[in-house]
Write a protein that binds this ligand. Structure first.
Ligand code: 57M
Length: 360
């Protein structure tokens, strides 16, 4: 909004020209989202506590130490969404199609999560996995139509660039649509599975936000894209502002979600954040980089697949418990140790993903 209000004033006062710059608006979006989340967090958490009085129930089969968490309110993802979407709408160029696709994805997945959380709190039973998956599928397919039906002149084409191989793309034709849908819905559910320890899911979002800020900026910059020989998508640079807001909102939420957590993000947060990074990957033509940038989420999801497959096929478990963070809990690792070590792995994977932009 500020972009549209203040840039026109630049013809009279050169100072307002600064609002044109992506870097300035991205940094301001980060700071704004951080301030908004720190301001709305305490009153919202109090309200969630009152509304949920008993807080979240803890399942019988959950590792013992989670018993202490009983009474912690959930749906703290509302803090993240308020800060993220508020700051994006404040600082981004609202005529940019990609900004609206990622904003609608974040809000849409957040709505599905909110519905699930509300049902869990009211009826002790959330949406069925099938209903949740169907809603996510429909939302992702709807968002992809906005991207697909646009002038190809801006350089965005439904192909899959291959990491490390300069200029190589996988042209799947229409098959790109189910693949892109899978990327977005898969990311949403992988973040959801990972959100099982204080700060575990939100930390890698900060790193993914930073990685996508760099990728969006370079992808939207003709000279940089040409030098790095990555796909140049005209207008994708504006997503850097969203990424700044994502980092700020995530850092702000971490203030309340660090151990011992005052609040959990809930599905309203985890589904929204996963949908956001999946959509960023599709819009910046980094679909095949997402498994690296969101490497921790992939590892956690794969640990569940391995555990369930092994149990069904052999009746034996590979891990003490899946997702992987529970395995280390049962190994006796302290919660903060698991979380910080998982963050370190996540950070290394995000750096490796960025290195592929050059190492091609
Ligand atoms: C999402 N939810 C947390 C909180 C958060 C198929 C199977 C792998 C599904 C999986 C499952 O139920 N996943 C749901 C994980 C839950 O967190 C809530 O959910 C929201 C995210 N969606 O925002 O509202 C609990 O996690 C803890 N927590 C924290 N700090 C946080 O910041 O401590 C969450 C956020 C919270 C709190 O205790 O209540 C969760 O773990 O349920 N199932 C599992 O993950 C279960 N694993 C399992 O059954 N493994 C089996 C098979 C199926 C693979 C096996 O290994 O044999 C574990 N989770 C629970 N109990 N609750 C273990 C058993």
């Amino acid at each position: 909004m500020l972009y549209h209000l203040l840039v026109p004033l630049a013809k009279d006062h050169i100072l307002f020209n600064v609002f044109r710059y992506l870097t300035f608006r991205s940094v301001m979006a980060l700071i704004s989202a951080l301030v908004i989340s720190l301001l709305i967090g305490p009153p919202l958490i109090q309200r969630l506590k009152r509304w949920q009085h008993g807080g979240e129930t803890v399942r019988e089969d959950t590792p013992e130490r989670h018993r202490l968490k009983k009474g912690t309110p959930t749906m703290g993802g509302l803090v993240i969404l308020g800060a993220l979407l508020g700051s994006t709408l404040l600082w981004a160029n609202l005529r940019n199609r990609y900004v609206w696709v990622v904003v609608l994805a974040t809000a849409g997945f957040g709505l599905i999560g909110f519905w699930d959380d509300a049902r869990k709190l009211k009826k002790r039973k959330g949406l069925t996995a099938r209903t949740k998956f169907l809603l996510q599928l429909l939302l992702a397919l709807g968002l992809l139509q906005i991207v697909l039906w646009q002038p190809a002149a801006n350089g965005w084409t439904p192909v899959l660039p291959i990491p490390f191989l300069k200029g190589w793309v996988l042209d799947l034709g229409w098959w790109w649509i189910p693949v892109a849908t899978l990327v977005i819905v898969g990311a949403s559910n992988a973040v959801n599975l990972t959100d099982g320890l204080d700060g575990l899911a939100i930390g890698p979002i900060i790193m993914a936000g930073g990685a996508f800020a760099v990728i969006a900026y370079l992808t939207g910059n003709f000279r940089a894209a040409d030098y790095l020989r990555i796909t140049n998508v005209k207008g994708a640079g504006e997503l850097t502002v969203f990424c700044g807001a994502l980092i700020g909102a995530a850092i702000g939420f971490l203030w309340f979600n660090c151990h011992p957590a005052q609040v959990f993000m809930g599905d309203v947060g985890s589904l929204a954040l996963g949908g956001a990074i999946g959509t960023l990957a599709v819009l910046t033509k980094a679909e095949l980089l997402l498994p690296l940038i969101g490497g921790l989420y992939v590892v956690e999801a794969v640990s569940v697949i391995i555990q369930v497959a092994s149990f069904k096929l052999t009746g034996r478990r590979v891990f003490r418990m899946a997702p992987l963070h529970h395995h280390y809990e049962l190994e006796g690792w302290a919660e903060p140790k698991i979380v910080v070590r998982f963050w370190i792995v996540s950070f290394a994977l995000a750096l490796l993903a960025l290195s592929t932009l050059k190492l091609r």
